[in-house]
Write a protein that binds this ligand. Structure first.
Ligand code: 13P
Ligand code: SF4
Length: 318
């Protein structure tokens, strides 16, 4: 889109959301234009909290389907709009509700902890929900003698098991194709070429599993390597005295990092780490959804009521 067209559309959206009293929430991986017209940007936990706190009766959610569903579960009286209903998530798709029920049957006394990247139906089956920023604390809050079923991200799961020293955690073998696609070679190359950089890793990354273990073991100087959610990364780079950062997550986060820290340099661990689902949300679709109040996300009450328990337990801990 031409710059002029895009700025006209942005102005239209800003005007319309005011007239209609709609709040726009956007995930940190959204394209820059979409981040620009949003009222709040954040990670999964931050956006869940915003969805619960905002006064507006309509939330336009710029992110992927499970995020909009989470907002609908937390705020059942609000109207939740998602600009593109096809904006899914490979991680969320990596477990079905039947597979989860079957797994639970095999471990009848286990506590189930599920990542926020899951469908509403899955959340309705969970004891606890968690996000990348609070998974360790959620697991720590569960009595040590209780078996845990952790799903669906195997890399986050093994990191949490390591950080909590849990031996009784069963981990589902799911993954996010974007983070799984950041290879060990990408990391070693970047670490070798940018010697004085701090290294930030999202816990969904597969490439870094060996590194995650080393960090959890304390083998790295924790000033140098940090494992963080997307908001955790943004806070970290703002506070850090370092000048250069290698960032292992979806590249959408670099926009905010660069905008908020003009004197610092941010290098993606992999330039190819782009989530095509997140990038489905465009200004045109935001406008269309806003003007026509189109693509309303609803969750059946029975499922939402069950799913809310797991989300509220998480919100109470973190
Ligand atoms: P956070 O923003 O919560 O760290 O999650 C990243 C992610 O992959 C969301 O899809
Ligand atoms: Fe899902 Fe991965 Fe995309 Fe996040 S980056 S929405 S986990 S596919």
């Amino acid at each position: 889109m031409l710059v002029q067209q895009s700025s006209e559309l942005k102005n239209e959206i800003l005007k319309l959301k005011k007239e209609k009293d709609v709040v726009i929430l956007a995930h940190n991986y959204q394209i820059p234009d979409v981040q620009d017209i949003s009222d709040f940007t954040g990670d999964s936990l931050g956006l869940s909290r915003q969805a619960a706190a905002v006064d507006q009766k309509t939330i336009l959610f710029c992110g992927v389907h499970f995020m909009a569903e989470t907002a609908a579960i937390i705020s059942p009286d609000k109207k939740i709009l998602l600009p593109d209903l096809q904006a899914g998530c490979s991680l969320s798709d990596s477990i079905t509700v039947d597979e989860l029920r079957d797994w639970k049957r095999q471990h009848p006394s286990a506590i189930t902890v599920g990542y926020v990247n899951t469908t509403a139906e899955i959340k309705a089956e969970l004891d606890y929900c968690c996000t990348s920023s609070n998974a360790v604390n959620v697991v720590k809050a569960i009595p040590k003698d209780k078996e845990i079923l952790f799903l669906p991200d195997m890399f986050l799961g093994s990191f949490v098991a390591k950080m909590t020293q849990r031996k009784n955690m069963y981990i589902w073998a799911g993954e996010c194709h974007v983070h799984a696609g950041i290879t060990p070679e990408d990391i070693t190359k970047k670490l070798a070429s940018v010697k004085d950089a701090e290294f930030l890793i999202h816990p969904e990354c597969s490439c870094t599993t060996p590194l995650l273990y080393d960090v959890a073991d304390g083998s790295f100087d924790d000033q140098k390597v940090s494992i963080l959610s997307t908001d955790g990364m943004l806070n970290h780079v703002r506070e850090s005295k370092a000048k250069n950062f290698v960032v292992a997550t979806e590249t959408g986060i670099l926009y905010k990092m660069r905008q908020q820290n003009p004197g610092k340099t941010f290098i993606p661990a992999s330039e190819k780490a782009e989530c095509q689902y997140m990038k489905m949300i465009t200004l045109e679709k935001v406008y269309d959804s806003l003007i026509n109040e189109k693509n309303v996300i609803t969750v059946p009450k029975e499922i939402a009521d069950k799913a809310r328990r797991a989300i509220n337990r998480m919100l109470a801990i973190s």
